[in-house]
Design a protein around this ligand. Structure first.
Ligand code: GLV
Length: 378
């Protein structure tokens, strides 16, 4: 554990501990993966201004996201099938986030259910909603999130159909895994993972199974989305979702300033500048590339968050400098989870915190909330 110094170290360990089909599910993008790569690569082009001889004592990474106090402005992103990276993955990640003081966002496509996560946490978490064709079921999901005292609803706008990720097709991804020689081999070569999975009953999409009526094959993600997700979703749907929910609403998946302006008009509390981790429209720009123009376009009409490509605390700070009030990490915490369970999620957060703190100091700032465009070389 002591030699794990970077998110890349956690990724290497996760690769050795998680069955290939689930590791690849996290580590994949749409088609050629060019947008997935650009999300990470474009951060490297941004440079900080190094400042010296400023008092750097009493530094603080504390901030707020949608009015909630956060130990650092880094939430855990909603990620599908997290409970397949490690047994009870969503419950463990939520606990790690709670202890650390950052928001945890549970995906609709999670393995552990809203109720499972609520049963092991004390503070409110956030719930990410996919709009399915069965509206009664969507309403019931919203009501379940309310009953679990979730403090924000994150509505995903960019996945009415699933982008094609070649690795998932080649791997025959399903949850739980199928019983073919290839799948048995992938699982059998990861004994720690198997022991964890044998010890839990949470092995399928528990927000859905046993709750939604007439659901067919849930195991395959692509057939699941084709069958269940509503391709008609449009801006007018935000109103009824917002009304039924009645709490803080975050709109996820904005990559264009026209859409950002539409989102701001809905009265939502925040947008997430996001290309779904490069998993949907391959060939779209990286999130960090469009962040500044979107933040400038909406001004202070709506809070701006971003995700996509963050692999270090430095990346978080760059996003804050370019106009994000908050950020999200998906793969970094999944790698931590796959590598070391709950401890690995905490480790991912610690790595990012330390990188943020040192970078902040070397940029000559004491408060993370003071990071702005003038902190970058341009
Ligand atoms: C689901 O959100 C996915 O990107 O697979």
């Amino acid at each position: 554990m002591s030699m794990i110094l970077t998110i890349a170290d956690l990724k290497d360990l996760a690769r050795r501990r998680v069955p290939k089909m689930f590791f690849d599910y996290a580590d994949s993008g749409g088609w050629t993966e060019s947008t997935y790569r650009a999300n990470e690569e474009d951060f490297q082009k941004i440079k900080f201004r190094q400042r010296v001889m400023v008092d750097m004592s009493n530094r603080s990474l504390e901030s707020t996201m949608i009015g909630e106090k956060v130990a650092m402005p880094v939430a855990l992103a909603p990620t599908g099938m997290t409970g397949m990276q490690h047994a009870d993955g969503e419950m463990l990640a939520a606990q790690a986030a709670e202890e650390f003081g950052v928001p945890f966002t549970l995906s609709t496509m999670s393995i552990c259910s809203i109720e499972d996560v609520a049963s092991v946490t004390k503070k409110p978490f956030w719930f990410q909603l996919y709009v399915l064709r069965d509206k009664d079921f969507v309403l019931s999901l919203i009501d379940r999130a309310k009953a679990a005292k979730c403090s924000a609803l994150v509505l995903t706008l960019d996945l009415q159909i699933l982008g094609q990720r070649h690795k998932d097709i080649r791997n025959g991804l399903s949850a739980p895994p199928r019983f073919t020689p290839k799948h048995v081999w992938q699982v059998a070569t990861r004994p720690g993972w198997c022991i964890g999975m044998a010890g839990t009953r949470r092995r399928t999409f528990r927000n859905i199974v046993g709750h939604a009526k007439g659901v067919g094959d849930l195991t395959s993600l692509s057939s699941w989305t084709t069958e269940q997700f509503d391709p008609h979703l449009s801006w007018k749907d935000v109103a009824w979702i917002k009304e039924r929910w009645g709490g803080k609403l975050i709109l996820k998946g904005i990559l264009d300033k026209e859409d950002a302006l539409m989102a701001a008009k809905t009265g939502a509390d925040a947008i997430i500048v996001s290309n779904h981790g490069g998993r949907q429209l391959d060939g779209a720009p990286s999130s960090i590339e469009v962040l500044e123009e979107i933040a400038d376009a909406v001004g202070d009409t709506i809070e701006v968050h971003m995700d996509g490509g963050i692999r270090s605390g430095q990346d978080v700070l760059k996003a804050l400098c370019l106009g994000a009030k908050g950020t999200y990490i998906g793969r970094p915490f999944l790698y931590g989870l796959g590598a070391l369970g709950k401890e690995g999620v905490t480790k991912a957060l610690e790595i990012i915190r330390k990188e943020m703190d040192i970078t902040l100091a070397l940029c000559g700032k004491r408060l993370v909330t003071d990071m702005g465009k003038d902190q970058l070389r341009r």
